[in-house]
Design a protein around this ligand. Structure first.
Ligand SMILES: [Zn+2]
Length: 51
């Protein structure tokens, strides 16, 4: 299996809210299940991976 668990920090570029989630990295893409911010922003984020 090539799935790797990663901790991801997502910061909303609209309201500045930060979310720390645990995701799974699959083929270079991180899947956290994160849908949208509290301010309804669903596209404008800064995503940072931590190992
Ligand atoms: Zn937001």
């Amino acid at each position: 299996m090539s799935n790797t668990r990663v901790k991801v920090t997502i910061r909303c570029n609209r309201c500045g809210e930060k979310f720390t989630l645990r995701g799974r990295k699959e083929r270079g893409r991180v899947d956290t299940g994160f849908k949208q911010c509290l301010c309804n922003n669903a596209a404008d984020f800064e995503i940072e991976e931590e190992s």
